[in-house]
Design a protein around this ligand. Structure first.
Ligand SMILES: Cc1cc2nc3c(=O)[nH]c(=O)nc-3n(C[C@H](O)[C@H](O)[C@H](O)COP(=O)(O)O)c2cc1C
Ligand code: SF4
Length: 402
């Protein structure tokens, strides 16, 4: 029988009074350097999509000399097909809060923000109350839990654009500017919010940190594979019988197993998007791939945000492509010409394909556009905007249409 590995998905529906904040209590007894070391040794990689090692990011941030540093929890979750952060915010807000305070302590940040997707009304309500209660209980503010650590946390509602999930756009948005990506370097850990060193971490990353810090032993490092440690939340949706958020130990299941865990497919599978619309698809005959960073990358895709979309043969491919293309045309921030115009051109070609049928020239043009967008785009939006579309056309669409 296929079963979830529960490491992070604990403490659901606890009240603040019966949540022990053990990870935070352990943290406050340690030096920031030792916490960064523990998180580095855990092998945790950021769960916002790019998979950057959390310990490494914190090392850079801790090394910055500055009177003020910021910690931002990225809860914008705009990636289509992804709802694992919403699950955490609504059902386990204390663990999210605990992770935020631990991260702030580890990098010596005394100010923080949680930027929650504006459409997540319930999550915003739950977290507003969580912050208020935390101030009353001495978990936020001056001398947290009797220690010498001060930390102020504010909630900001997302401005309604997908690109605001990109850390530099998000920083602009908090500053009251238009949600546009900044040129990197400098990276946020060097010069972020209001020009100060800033760590941006995803909700799931921070919740995992809280859990890791509960244990004296580094239990997290013992789960998963060499390059993919621990577990990952997968929000599986689309044509499956039990769409939900499941926790998967890396390396323990194939994509096919995860679909079975979610009750199995509703109809015959056509393809699967493993990690949100920014990732390339896996065809129906490629689903035996193990769920790890390395296996998915070796198969031309990635873990991404963990938003897994199962698509059956019922759906018209060209309509799906047009729908996705429309999303990227509408959501580009428009700063870089190749991302703005390239995505618009791709949509036009798809419309031509709908009217006139497929030909090899269209594939070449879309491939060329993809390459130029990837080379010239300022942020991950542009760099990943054609993955889904191109992977269907390249691997699949040709065979389907001809
Ligand atoms: C267009 C775009 C949208 C993004 N959306 C999110 C998001 O909703 N949540 C998130 O945590 N990271 C998102 N990211 C990644 C962030 O820029 C950043 O890498 C992440 O918050 C860092 O956290 P982590 O190291 O814990 O993964 C997005 C990136 C891009 C380019
Ligand atoms: S790549 Fe696209 S979304 Fe990112 S900065 Fe350029 S135009 Fe904006």
């Amino acid at each position: 029988m296929i079963e979830e590995k529960i490491f992070l998905k604990t403490d659901i529906e606890k009240t603040m009074d019966n949540y022990d904040f053990l990870g935070l209590k352990n943290t406050l007894k340690m030096s920031p350097e030792n916490i960064v070391k523990k998180i580095t040794e855990s092998g945790l990689r950021g769960r916002g999509g790019a998979g950057f090692p959390t310990g490494k990011k914190w090392q850079f941030a801790l090394a910055q000399e500055s009177d003020i540093k910021f910690l931002i929890c990225n809860a914008d979750e705009g990636e289509p097909g992804t709802f694992k952060d919403r699950f955490l915010l609504e059902n386990m807000p204390f663990k999210v809060l605990e992770g935020i305070i631990i991260a702030a302590y580890a990098v010596k940040a005394n100010f923080g923000y949680i930027y929650i997707r504006g459409e997540y009304a319930k999550a915003i309500e739950v977290f507003e109350k969580t912050i208020k209660d935390a101030y009353h209980r001495g978990l936020l503010g001056k001398k947290i839990l009797g220690s010498n650590f001060d930390f102020e946390l504010r909630l900001v509602k997302g401005a309604g654009a997908y690109v605001c999930g990109d850390e530099t756009s998000l920083i602009n948005s908090i500053e009251g500017k238009r949600g546009q990506s900044r040129i990197k370097p400098p990276y946020p850990v060097q010069k972020g919010l209001f020009g100060k060193p800033t760590v941006v971490n995803n909700v799931e990353t921070l919740s995992t940190v809280a859990e890791i810090m509960k244990y004296e032993d580094n239990v997290y490092a013992k789960m998963g594979t060499e390059n993919s440690k621990g577990t990952k939340l997968v929000s599986i949706n689309g044509d499956v019988k039990l769409p939900d958020v499941y926790e998967i130990e890396f390396g323990s299941m194939t994509i096919k197993d995860i679909i079975e865990l979610a009750g199995g497919p509703k109809d015959e599978i056509n393809f699967v998007v493993p990690g949100g619309l920014a990732t390339s698809i896996l065809k129906y005959d490629e689903l035996e791939v193990l769920y790890t960073y390395e296996d998915l990358e070796n198969n031309g895709s990635s873990v991404g945000s963990g938003g897994m979309i199962v698509v059956s043969k019922k759906h018209d491919l060209i309509e799906l492509l047009l729908n996705v293309s429309d999303f990227f045309v509408k959501e580009t921030c428009g700063t870089c010409f190749p991302c703005r115009e390239g995505n618009r051109n791709i949509k036009e070609i798809l419309l031509k394909m709908k009217r006139k049928g497929y030909n090899d020239e269209y594939k070449k043009i879309i491939g060329d556009l993809r390459e130029s967008i990837m080379l010239a785009a300022r942020c991950g939006f542009g760099q990943s905007s054609v993955n889904f579309i191109y992977s269907i056309i390249d691997k699949y669409f040709y065979e389907e249409v001809k």
